[in-house]
Ligand binder design. Structure first.
Ligand SMILES: Cc1cc2nc3c(=O)[nH]c(=O)nc-3n(C[C@H](O)[C@H](O)[C@H](O)COP(=O)(O)OP(=O)(O)OC[C@H]3O[C@@H](n4cnc5c(N)ncnc54)[C@H](O)[C@@H]3O)c2cc1C
Length: 417
C-alpha cells in the first residue's frame, strides 16, 4: 500500500508537533517553512500539563520535562515586590497531575524536529494552499525554493496542515473574508539572560497597564517577558532595552539586574494579536488549520503553544494511520474541528479576559484589582492555578504511540533551502 502523504505549512511548534505525530502514525510528511532556519526566537515557553500529556503521546514528554527547570514557589506580585498570591509546583501537580514546566523554545523545536526523518523539513520555502482538495481530489500546495532549487514547485497531498501562524495566509484561502486577528491592546518583550547572582522566585508582576515575568530555565539562564499597553506598531526610537528600563527599571528584584544583563539588541518585541472570531471550521476539504493560524490568543494563560500541541495530537488521532488517497478524510477532519474549535475558542476568550485586566492602569482600577485578587486568593486555590482549571487537566484522546513507523525515529530536521 502506498504511504499517505501530508504536507505541513509552517515549522513552528504546532507544525512540527503535527508533523511528528503524523509521521509516527505512518504518514510521509514534508514540512515547508518560510524562514531560513528553525525557530531563531530566543525565548522560553511554559508548557502546562495538558501540553506535556500531548507530548507524551509522541514520546517526548519526559525529554521536555528534563529540559525544564524546577520552578519552585512563585506567584503574583506588585511592582514594589509585595506578594498577592503564591503557589508551588506541588500544588499544580496535585490539581492538574503535574507542574507547569518552562523550556527554551529552541530546545523544544530541536527536539520535535529530531523526531522527523532527515530532509522532512524544508526551510527557506514559503508555501501557499493552491487547492484545499476534497474527498476524491488531493490537496495542492505551491511553494518557492526548497531542496536547493529555485522556482515554484507544486506538492500534492492527501492531507495539508496549515500551521502558518497568526497572520496565516492559508486561513484566508480557506475562509476568504474571515476577519483577521485583532490587536489585543498591548505589546510584548522577551529575552533570555544568565540568572542573576542574588536568588529570586519565579514571578509575574502586574503594574499600571503592564506586566513583568521572570522564570528560570534549566541551564542557568532565565527567561523574562514583559507587556505594556501601547498603540499598535509603536517602537522605541532608542531601542527596546532602553524602553524596558524606562518602564520597569525601578521594579522589584530581579528586574533591574536582568535589564542590566541583557544586550541592547537582545530584546525581542512583538505586538499581541488575538482571533477576532472563530473561523467557520478548522478544516476545509483535506486541509486543516492548526495552532495560531486557527486560534491566535493572548499569552496571558501561557496556552497558545500548548493548544497548538494539543491540536497536533488530536489531528493525528483523527487522521488515523491514513489510507493512501486519504479516503474519508473530510469526515475525519470534521471530527477534528468538532473536538478543537469550541475548546480552543474558550481558551482564546479566557486568555483575552485576563489580558484586558492587565491593561488597567488608573490607580482606582488597580486598587480594585489588587483587592479582588487578594480576596479571591484567600478564598480558595491560588489564582494562577484556578485560571487553568478545565485547561491544564486535559487528557489526550489516545495512548502514546509505541514507536515510529517501521522503527524510524529521528534523523532530524531541516534540509537547507
Ligand atoms: C510574549 C508571548 C509569550 C508566549 N508564551 C507562551 C507560553 O509560555 N506558553 C505557550 O504555550 N504559548 C505561549 N505563547 C504563544 C505561542 O508562542 C504561540 O501560540 C505558538 O508559538 C504558536 O505556534 P504555531 O506553530 O501555531 O505558530 P508559529 O510559532 O507562529 O509558527 C508558524 C510558522 O509558520 C511559518 N510560516 C508562516 N507563513 C508561512 C508560509 N507562507 N510558508 C511557510 N511557512 C510559513 C512561520 O515562519 C513560522 O515558523 C506566547 C506568545 C507570546 C507572544
Amino acid at each position: 500500500m502506498n504511504q499517505p502523504r501530508a504536507v505541513v505549512i509552517g515549522a513552528g511548534i504546532g507544525g512540527l508537533t503535527a508533523a511528528a505525530a503524523l509521521h509516527l502514525r505512518g504518514w510521509a510528511v514534508t514540512v515547508l517553512e518560510r524562514a531560513a532556519a528553525l525557530e531563531p526566537v530566543g525565548a522560553g515557553i511554559a508548557l502546562a500539563p495538558n501540553a506535556q500529556r500531548a507530548l507524551d503521546v509522541i514520546g517526548v514528554g519526559d525529554a521536555v520535562r528534563a529540559m525544564s527547570a524546577w520552578q519552585g514557589e512563585g506567584g503574583l506580585r506588585t511592582p514594589s515586590g509585595r506578594w498577592l498570591s503564591r503557589t508551588t509546583p506541588d500544588a499544580a501537580a496535585e490539581r492538574f497531575g503535574g507542574p507547569v514546566v518552562v523550556a527554551h523554545r529552541a530546545d523544544l523545536v530541536g527536539l520535535l524536529a529530531a523526531l522527523l526523518p532527515a530532509g522532512a523539513v524544508r526551510t527557506g520555502t514559503p508555501a501557499e494552499v493552491a487547492d484545499p482538495g476534497e474527498d476524491g481530489r488531493p490537496a495542492t500546495v505551491r511553494a518557492t525554493g526548497g531542496d536547493g532549487r529555485s522556482g515554484v514547485r507544486e506538492y500534492t497531498a492527501d492531507l495539508v496542515v496549515a500551521a502558518d501562524g497568526i497572520h496565516s495566509a492559508a486561513r484566508q484561502v480557506l475562509f476568504p473574508g474571515h476577519p483577521a486577528p485583532r490587536y489585543a491592546g498591548f505589546t510584548a518583550w522577551r529575552f533570555v539572560v544568565p540568572a542573576p547572582e542574588r536568588p529570586f522566585s519565579p514571578h509575574e508582576t502586574w503594574g499600571p497597564g503592564s506586566v513583568w515575568g521572570t522564570v528560570p530555565l534549566h541551564d542557568g539562564r532565565v527567561y523574562a517577558y514583559a507587556t505594556a499597553t501601547v498603540p499598535a506598531g509603536e517602537r522605541s526610537p532608542d531601542g527596546e532595552r532602553a524602553e524596558l528600563l524606562r518602564r520597569f527599571g525601578d521594579w522589584h528584584h530581579p528586574v533591574p539586574d536582568l535589564l542590566a544583563a541583557v544586550r541592547p539588541d537582545g530584546v525581542l518585541r512583538g505586538d499581541v494579536y488575538r482571533a477576532a472570531t472563530a473561523p467557520p471550521a478548522y478544516h476545509q476539504g483535506r486541509t486543516a488549520l492548526l495552532g495560531d493560524a486557527a486560534h491566535a490568543m493572548t499569552p496571558n494563560l501561557g496556552q497558545g503553544g500548548c493548544q497548538a500541541i494539543e491540536d497536533a495530537v488530536v489531528l493525528a488521532h483523527h487522521a488515523g494511520p491514513g489510507a493512501a488517497g486519504g479516503a474519508g478524510l473530510e469526515r475525519r477532519l470534521a471530527a477534528y474541528t468538532r473536538d478543537r474549535l469550541p475548546r480552543t475558542m474558550e481558551v482564546v476568550r479566557r486568555s483575552g479576559r485576563i489580558g484586558r485586566l492587565t491593561t488597567w492602569s488608573s490607580p482606582p482600577a488597580r486598587a480594585l484589582r489588587t483587592a479582588a485578587f487578594t480576596a479571591l486568593d484567600r478564598l480558595g486555590p491560588r489564582l494562577a492555578l484556578r485560571s487553568l482549571d478545565g485547561i491544564a487537566d486535559w487528557e489526550p484522546p489516545c495512548a502514546a504511540y509505541a514507536a515510529g513507523p517501521r522503527g524510524t525515529r529521528g534523523g532530524g530536521g531541516a534540509a537547507a533551502p
